[in-house]
Design a protein around this ligand. Sequence first.
Ligand code: ZN
Ligand code: ZN
Ligand code: ZN
Ligand code: ZN
Length: 507
Amino acid sequence: MSYLNQPDYVRYVCNCGSLKPISKIYFCRYCFKIRCGYCVCHEVDSHYCPNCMENLPPSEVRLKRNKCSNCFECPCCFQTLSTRAGHVPLRVAPPEGEDSKDVKTTPKKVYYLSCSLCRWTSRDVGIPDQSVATGGWPEQENPHISRINALIEYHKILASIEKQKCDKKMYSLPKYYYTPITLFERTSFSRLGHSNLVRSYWLRNGQNEKPVHQYVNQPPPAVASEEVEELRAGIFTEPVDITKITTLEQRLRHPEVQAENVNELRPQHRQFFVKKSLRCRVCEHNLIKPDLCPHSIKFKVQLAAFYHVPEVRIVTCEPLRPGKSSELLLKFCNPTPHQTQITLLPLDTPMTSVVAVVNEKEEIKQEDGQQGSESPNLLPSIVRQVPVAVEEKPIEITANADLVLPHSSLILPRKDDAAEYDYSTDTHNFQDDPKLVIWRKGNKAVIKLHVTPHESIEENESQPVIIGFVMQYGYVNTITTPEHKAPQKLDLKVKLYLTVGNIVGSA
Ligand SMILES: [Zn+2]
Ligand SMILES: [Zn+2]
Ligand SMILES: [Zn+2]
Ligand SMILES: [Zn+2]
């Protein structure tokens, strides 16, 4: 798995034209296409606190400004603060006439916040100890709160007017494509008392649109001023003690105050994390859907490409010289529970995929455990089949070496988890070309290819040698539809670019 975090030597071309390593792409098994982060809709499924694992509905999350009310983080090192208990002797005032020495001091339990990593405590900055462990910690007031609230109110009105405009204009499109994503989308404005205002705006305007600000009280815009505070007299002469000045990161963690000195830092509420689901933009099926429970790391749907598309790795490459042929060893791995056939084709091959064989008699083999169930919030098929032109980017990379492609195809058996631990010699009966396939075990095989870098590459330019090819692989579609009851066999294609190394010498 550590291989997946290394620099991207092997990159797959997504249908949008971006190049991604296999660990960062998804495979839509409804469109049979590779999808990258740009080709999927990112949707927030749930918010949770990474410390106390509290899971809250979106409306409450917005009220709490995406922050957990119970957990705090250290303002210095951003670790979670823990509540510590301490005792302070509580002196009771002696009754009159008695000696103060005889009065007993009863210890009282108090609580303070402490960072176990950098040893920062709430006592350091003079925050009074609390008598209850659950909090009641003083909140720091935002100095610009009234201005921010005025701006939020104003933009809520603008957002609701804009949303109504969109609703009117685009009613003919399917819902999914026109729902405007505004910041205050789910704000109920009847509660805020804006509905009459918005309605009157529409009644007065009709078709002729007038600027919105005529009907809404716009807060006064911010004005730039030339007068700024004078610098302290000793700023250039006094020695700087960097242990007492906050870092840029510490200031930006708390943008409303941006404390300059370390003793002005206050504990901050912990930010919520989100669980995201990813949806194919074309067919609207879920490609990634996490389990909603914050404790779970499982997925309901997990269509990452490394479970469906053969993985290519560079094993070794001989030293590369311009115009000279070098040996390149590539390893192919079949992650699916079905046998696949891999054919390498030149880069200019058309990328249309063909349904090769429809074998009605073939039995449904074991389902891939990773594929999971279908999304429960799947949209009806009428909405789903809307064609969307995904804007295609040109591929920004060109191959600068020739690759001699093999004439025969490579057959890879299905992935068998038990075989991974079987160290006995493999018995397989594939009629391999010994010049092409040099190693084979389970669902993996290593093939030998020859690379000839172009003469034009100079050694000192440190320009990497890049090769490219189209990999055609057999994919078995196990999704059954009323039209296709049996699994469908398809030949899919994906374009790959491999950075095989640098030029090491002229000849
Ligand atoms: Zn893409
Ligand atoms: Zn929490
Ligand atoms: Zn700390
Ligand atoms: Zn799709």
